[in-house]
Design a protein around this ligand. Sequence first.
Ligand SMILES: C[S@@+](CC[C@H](N)C(=O)[O-])C[C@H]1O[C@@H](n2cnc3c(N)ncnc32)[C@H](O)[C@@H]1O
Length: 208
Amino acid sequence: MSENPSRWYDRIAFLYDPFILGAYNRARKAAAQHLQLAPGQRVLDLACGTGENFRYLLPHIGPSGLLVGADYSRGMLAQAQRKVSRAGWNNVYLLHTDAQTITLQEISTATGLPAQPFDRVLITLGLTVIPDWQTAFERAWEMLKPGGRMALMDWYVPKRTWWTPLVDTIAASDITRRWWEPLEARAQDFQRQRFFPGTVYVASGTKT
Ligand SMILES: C[S@@+](CC[C@H](N)C(=O)[O-])C[C@H]1O[C@@H](n2cnc3c(N)ncnc32)[C@H](O)[C@@H]1O
């Protein structure tokens, strides 16, 4: 796909939640568990889309914690904003930005929050979509504080087959990317968990 995938997501944002129908709920819940969340923590959900992860994160960090959701699609962020307003979450900050260039200073300028590294960083179904996903991973890793945890959740298939172009066309993705490898190379206590039907994985680790 030549256009930025976020333009595609702008167009399909209104269909995203009805279409995925909670298909990733178990994996989202597991990703939140991998983060080992605690009250008061600062969490970044990068490429947050419509905010489907938020309800798995906010009960653990409580009202003293804060959640920043960043995405490059205004359409997806509008859906996330609707969820935030409906639920009355007042410790969620949504930010329109490119995960390939994001910095703590940019987040601070946009939200008024101090430019401090995050306790936890989550990226779900993002690294198979973001064009320069390795750079996005590096940006995310830089924004995580030492001792902080990162969790990733995404599709992976080792070989293209008859159905993979279908997934990649619908999701503007490349599900053959080995997106967990930069985390595996850097993190302490790296783990990877596989989900039924065997194409979705959660990976996590701690920054030393
Ligand atoms: C499959 S959706 C996943 C959304 C959400 N994380 C979830 O788990 O449902 C992929 C998301 O990546 C976002 N995205 C693509 N390229 C991006 C970029 N360069 N920076 C930030 N977000 C990006 C899209 O806008 C879209 O919301």
